[in-house]
Structure formats: C-alpha cells, structure tokens
Design a protein around this ligand. Structure first.
Ligand SMILES: Nc1nc2c(c(=O)[nH]1)N[C@H]1C(S)=C(S)[C@@H](COP(=O)(O)O)O[C@H]1N2
Ligand SMILES: [Mo]
Length: 496
C-alpha cells in the first residue's frame, strides 16, 4: 500500500484546523440571522428553515427590528459565540484565505506527485464498486482497498466529492452571498438564486461537510484509530502504532486548544480581535473591491414586498414633536471642518436636487431588501458647505439613543456612523427623504437618512440630526468610526 505523502499529512491537519474555524465562525454568522429563505423576495415567516424559537412575521402589528432575530449561541458551536456577529465574520473571512491556500497547494501537489490517481476516479465502475463497499460496511465488514491504492472505492469517491465538488461549491456559494460580488457581477448571484438562495446553498454545503466529517471520523474509528492515525501522521503502516496514535491525538488536542484560545481571547479582548483580524481581512477586501466598480441597480418591479427594519426609532419626546407636524421644524446641521456651516430645513435640503435609485440593501446580519430611495446627493451638500482640505471623514449623528432603544444594558449613546470623504462623491451616496415613492417612514429613518449604496446597511445612519466633517475619528464615540463598530466590533471597512 502506498505511503501517505508528507504534503497530504500536513494539508490534512491544516484543513481540520481551518474547516473547524470556518464552521464555527459560520455558525456565529448564522446565529445573527438564523433562518433560510429560498429566494430574495420571501417575506419574514416564509423561511424554509428557522433555528430560533422566535418567530417574526411580515404581518406582525407590533414593531420588531432585525436585531431581535439574532440568537445567542454557545461558544462550543459558534466562534466566538454569545451574539458576536462582528467577530464571527472577522474569523470567517480571516480564515478563508488560509483555507483556500491550503487547498490550492494540496491540489497542485496532488497533480504533480501523481497522488491524484488515488483521489480521482477514472472509470464508471467506481459507482457499482462504491455501492458494493457500502454493502460490505452494512454487513459489519471492512471493504478491501482498490488493488495498489490506499483507499477502498466508496472512500475514494467520497474524498473526490468533498475535495473537487463540495469545497469549490462552498467557495462559489460563499462568493455569491458577498454583496461586494453581487454589486459588481449581478449575473453571478442569479446562478444561485440570488443572495438568499446562495445563503441557503452555502448552509446546505455546511451540512454536507458536517455529514462527511461525522462519517469519516466514524469510519476511521471502525478501521482502527491507531492504524489510521499512524497513516495520517507518519505516512506508513508501521507495525507499532503507538507513536502515530500519540502524535495524532496530540494534534487533535492542539487543534482544540487553538480553538479554545481563539474563543476566549475573542470574548475577553473584543477590540484587539476586531483589529488583529481586520488587519488580515481589510487589505484583501480593498484589493478585491478595486477589481470592478460597485453599482446598484434594480428594477422597480423587484421592490421587496417587505423591508426589514434595523434599530428602533428615537424614543424622546422632541422627536415625536418633530414628527407630529411633519418635520416642519426639522433642521439638519452640517458643520465641522467646512468653510460654510449650514442648518438646513427639509425644503432647503430638497431644493439642492432630488434623485431616485432602486437598490439592494445588505444588512451585515444577512438579510436583504430592495427599495427605491429618493434624496439629495451628498456631493451637493459638499458643494454647499465646502469642506476644508483637512477634512477626511464625514460623521453622521442620529437621534436614536441606543441606550434607550437597544436591549443591551452595556451599550449606550446616540447612534452614529462615518464615511471616508471620498465616498461622498459616489453618485449613489444620498441623503434620502423618500422611500418607494412616499416620504421616508419613521421606522426607516424619517425625516432624513443616509443611503450609501457602496456600503453595508449599518453605515446608513437613520434619523439624521447632524453631519460633521472631521480629520480624525478617534475621539468620537469609542473611536472606531461608528456605534456598531464601537459596540459590536463590526468591521471598520464596510465596502460592498
Ligand atoms: N440611527 C440609526 N441608524 C441605523 C441603525 C440604527 O440602529 N440607528 N441601524 C443600521 C442598520 S444595522 C441597518 S441594516 C439599516 C437598516 O435600515 P432599515 O431599518 O431602513 O431597514 O439602518 C442602519 N442605520
Ligand atoms: Mo444591519
């Protein structure tokens, strides 16, 4: 029987480490929106799978917010667990490049070394032979390896399917969920039934991977754990399996320790984790996003029948008073590092020129919605106030005090967000005053909200109170550029 090459041994164990990181961080991402929809236009309540006891329907008369759908899952299944979507996404995206690199090296060496012959079936008889092998297992016997090869037929077929079909499928469906990919290549998303279809398929891929791992581990035990661990650590079938067994169990213990350390560190040092993993992910995201221009355009007939809300409206009486007379007394203050600070009433703002855009909204949690937004291009406001050369960021302050509207006791302060000043030039960055042909409804940010279509949803501050041009974000809030970045460790880079 051929010896297991060193590259197979190394990539196998790296794969165990990375796949487990991706599966657990993927569970964290799932926990933030624990439901599956077949299509983008499915309304709440029409999910084909729901991993939550809470049920929010499109026809609920009580207001609910997308954040209410989040579940807190144990750190045993999710990385890091306990409602930490921001960190879960960081772990997921930071692991992807390493996992893909491991896979690329593995496939390359497989073909240059000739090992592919044991992995890639070259005749149709693999199917009847695999069925026979499965039958043998069902008779509580072990099928024989293919003559001259390391694996029996069902094993070879299963490995082939996982390496050459399932892994690429997860990469393809993962890319199809990315709003950055969808905004550049909308046709690609359609191949998978849109974002929600891709999300469902990606989840089914995870289930398939989990099924494989369970079966694979079970069969390794059946075939004899000491013998199999010797093969996958030392390469050959030695008479004495003690060393292989010890190394194999040692590697498994090491992987568990790495996971435990990653989990505990993430939960105790949230800010450091956000920054460390961000340093891996952000350059890759920047590079990928430069590949083509992000532009959102949807047909009006695609407008979502139901558009989720995220964040509860301001609770203070001053806001209610403003809303009571149609925001006639509303003023939007624009100042900071500008030549000409202004305070604009709604008519003064809309006099700058209103445009409409029908776009996809992507909440970081995973839900999406299409609406037509109308508003004033932010670039018009810049022409009016004339930012000073030192201004590098635009900060958007909201009227909702999250200490009052959010269910978490440890999160406080008014919601805010920021954009790099260059993003103001994007033609789809607008101060929206209307949604689907009517004035902006209260729950979607009345009277004025930001729509920056090249960004994730959390950047688009609702219930705007004021706008400030600044040089530096570090002394605003907790210094991370926004309320969700401050308190939920969302990525400081939210380009799509
Ligand atoms: N002021 C304020 N703006 C906010 C939020 C918020 O909680 N408060 N939530 C953000 C998030 S996470 C999303 S996804 C979008 C949701 O917009 P919608 O409620 O119109 O769907 O608003 C963003 N803007
Ligand atoms: Mo969001």
């Amino acid at each position: 029987m051929p010896e297991t090459p060193v590259f197979v041994i190394i990539t196998h164990w790296l794969n165990v480490l990375f796949l487990l990181l991706m599966a657990r961080s993927g569970m964290e991402v799932l926990s933030a929106f624990p439901k599956m929809y077949a299509r983008d236009d499915c309304t709440p309540g029409r999910e084909w799978a729901r991993f939550s006891k809470k049920n929010f329907g499109a026809d609920s008369r009580r207001m609910w917010s997308g954040e209410n759908e989040e579940e807190s899952w144990s750190s045993v299944v999710a990385l890091p667990g306990k409602k930490n979507l921001g960190l879960g996404r960081h772990w997921h995206f930071a692991t992807v490049p390493f996992w893909v690199l491991t896979g690329a090296v593995y496939v390359l060496l497989m073909f240059t070394s000739g090992w592919w012959r044991y992995m890639v079936p070259t005749g149709w008889d693999i199917f009847p032979d695999s069925i026979k092998a499965v039958g043998t297992y069902l008779h509580f016997q072990l099928p024989k390896p293919i003559p001259g090869e390391p694996y029996e037929p069902a094993q070879k077929l299963a490995y082939f399917v996982v390496v050459f079909l399932l892994a690429p499928f997860q990469i393809a469906t993962g890319a199809a969920m990315s709003p950055a990919v969808l905004s550049r290549f909308p046709w690609y998303g359609k191949l998978f039934g849109g974002k929600q279809g891709a999300r469902s398929l990606h989840f089914l891929g995870l289930v398939a991977f989990a099924g494989f791992v369970v079966l694979h581990t079970f069969l390794v035990v059946i075939h004899g754990l000491p013998k199999e661990l010797t093969l996958i650590t030392l390469g050959s079938e030695l008479a004495d399996h003690t060393v292989g067994l010890v190394i194999g169990l040692g590697l498994i213990a090491l992987i568990i320790v790495v996971h435990a350390v990653a989990t505990v560190f993430s939960l105790r040092r949230k800010r450091s984790t956000q920054h460390l993993l961000g340093a891996i992910v952000h350059p890759l995201e920047h590079a990928l996003s430069r590949a083509a221009r992000s532009h959102q355009h949807q047909r009006r007939r695609k407008i979502s029948p139901y558009f989720r809300v995220n964040g509860y409206p301001p609770t203070d009486p001053a806001y209610d008073a403003l809303a009571a007379d149609g925001f006639a007394d509303y003023r939007l203050a624009v100042g900071g590092l500008v030549e000409q600070p202004v305070s604009l009433s709604l008519p003064e703002l809309t006099a700058l020129g209103v445009q409409s855009q029908t776009t996809d909204h992507n909440c970081i949690q995973g839900w999406t919605g299409i609406a037509e937004w109308s508003g004033v291009p932010l670039s018009r406001v810049l022409e009016l106030v004339k930012p000073l050369p030192s201004a590098r960021f635009i900060v958007f302050y909201a009227m909702d005090d999250k200490g009052l509207t959010d269910e978490h006791a440890d999160r406080y302060g008014h919601f805010y967000g920021s954009l790099e000043i260059a993003l103001a030039a994007d033609p789809q960055t607008i101060l929206a005053v209307g949604m689907n042909g009517v004035p902006l409804p209260v729950e979607h940010g009345a009277p004025v909200r930001l729509r920056a279509e090249t960004q994730l949803g959390f950047k688009m501050v609702k219930w705007l109170r004021g706008i400030e041009f600044v040089e530096d974000l570090s002394d605003i809030g907790q210094g991370q550029g926004g309320w969700r970045e401050d308190f939920q460790q969302y990525s400081t880079y939210a380009g799509i």
